[in-house]
Write a protein that binds this ligand. Structure first.
Ligand code: A3P
Length: 292
């Protein structure tokens, strides 16, 4: 069943953003030809997608990390499933960089058991929830929930773009052996950005000088990204997606903001669902800025 008034378009059991989809493109994704040196950044929405794109773009492109005039990130790291710029992906030079919110079972078949690299960024889901709630109020093409309570219901039912957070993270993690994949925590990136950049460089087999690593770290800091018009995503949001009010894409960029928003009751309800859905998943989560 498809509700044409909804901002969500469900295809093969996953909720896409209706305003950006092209069904023919989605139909063909399974057969999309993968190259061994392709790199994918995979995330559930609001988990650090734009941040990790900035890091990967700065690792690959010297002009990007040195802030000399450069191409827009969307042109360098397009979304796989939302081909916003209508590119012919098959004609792009190697190494091709992509970003995706797809669940593990919808990515091109050729990614399984292949050399192409996937960086999967995950974030504690209470902060994802709060970030998503604010984003939904900000961006015109998403359904604006009148309250966090109502948004939490939809989030826990998987009735949002990106479907159920638990399925996304669990699915990718449980199928990790089929892919060449690095799991990174948003919170680890926050606590040790340089260490995280080095880990990503290592996975990507990119050897950068200390100065170049410093430049990547500087480009990826919250303060720099928020004030850099090419990094803060506001232009893309305003021009290509549409906003309903003034605001910032880089809102707080912290760990544990959920404590400022969820009531004790809401938090306990969330914990119960988390414990049930993430049973036997050995991934570690960080819920508090002071947590080790
Ligand atoms: P908040 O809304 O909690 O601030 P995505 O890109 O997947 O949509 O994720 C958006 C979230 O990542 C936002 O979280 C945003 O502020 C945060 N973010 C983006 N760049 C960041 C950075 N350099 N450091 C920390 N958080 C960042």
């Amino acid at each position: 069943m498809d509700d044409a008034d909804s901002c969500v378009f469900t295809f093969k059991g996953y909720n896409f953003l209706r305003s950006l989809i092209d069904v023919d493109h989605l139909e063909n994704l399974d057969d999309f030809e993968i190259r061994d040196d392709d790199v994918f950044i995979a995330t559930y929405p609001k988990s650090g997608t734009v941040w990790s794109r900035q890091i990967v773009c700065s690792i690959y492109f010297e002009d990007h990390r040195n802030k000399t005039p450069h191409q827009n990130i969307l042109d360098r790291i397009p979304f796989l499933e939302y081909n916003i710029r209508k590119m012919d992906f098959s004609k792009r030079p190697s190494p091709r960089l992509f970003s995706t919110h797809l669940p593990y079972y919808l990515v091109p078949r050729g990614l399984q058991n292949k050399k192409a690299k996937i960086i999967y960024i995950y974030r504690n889901p209470k902060d994802v929830l709060v970030s998503f709630f604010h984003f939904s109020q900000f961006v015109a093409v998403l359904e604006d929930s009148e309250s966090l309570e109502r948004f939490m219901e939809r989030f826990l039912d998987g009735k949002v773009v990106g479907s159920l957070w638990f399925d996304h993270v669990r699915g990718w993690y449980e199928h990790r052996h089929n892919f060449n994949i690095l799991f990174m925590k948003y919170e680890d990136m926050k606590k040790d950005l340089r260490g995280s950049v080095l880990k990503i460089c290592n996975f990507l087999e990119k050897k950068l000088s200390d100065e170049a690593v410093d430049a990547v770290v500087n480009m990826a800091s919250f303060q720099n990204m928020k004030s850099d018009a090419l990094a803060n995503y506001i232009k893309v949001l305003k021009e290509e997606i549409g906003t309903r009010k003034d605001g910032h894409f880089l809102r707080k960029g912290t760990i544990g903001d959920w404590k400022n928003h969820l009531t004790v009751e809401q938090s306990e309800k969330f914990d119960k669902v988390f414990q049930k859905k993430m049973k036997n998943v050995s991934l570690k989560f960080i819920w508090d800025i002071n947590e080790e």
